[in-house]
Design a protein around this ligand. Sequence first.
Ligand SMILES: CC(C)(COP(=O)(O)OP(=O)(O)OC[C@H]1O[C@@H](n2cnc3c(N)ncnc32)[C@H](O)[C@@H]1OP(=O)(O)O)[C@@H](O)C(=O)NCCC(=O)NCCS
Length: 89
Amino acid sequence: MVWHKSKLNSRCPEIEFIAVDKKFQGIGIGSKLIESVTKHEAVIGATLMTKTSNPLAKNIYEKKYNAIISYEFLLFGKKYWYLTWKPSI
Ligand SMILES: CC(C)(COP(=O)(O)OP(=O)(O)OC[C@H]1O[C@@H](n2cnc3c(N)ncnc32)[C@H](O)[C@@H]1OP(=O)(O)O)[C@@H](O)C(=O)NCCC(=O)NCCS
């Protein structure tokens, strides 16, 4: 996982990339990684953002974190979503 305080807006930290080895997917590791960010002191009171082209990841952010789609775009025929959400304390 790679995440950082956004370079564009210091109050909008971003999960840039998250991946779990295929052998270990579906057993809660991805959720734990995302939660470690949402609980980080640098994120308190902030709006988190992430970008993904994976419908499964989009679904996780929407269902588990109530993320909303800020905007979507096509890149070389592939759809990408920008999602934002405010972690609950
Ligand atoms: C997205 C990703 C990080 C999720 O990690 P993970 O460890 O598998 O996630 P979890 O085990 O915590 O599962 C999170 C939720 O998704 C669901 N889920 C996981 N794998 C699933 C699958 N193959 N099909 C349907 N649902 C699935 C789980 O049931 C869970 O929901 P729940 O908590 O309500 O039961 C992982 O699938 C991945 O590495 N994908 C490839 C890289 C990628 O696309 N990253 C995102 C963009 S950067």
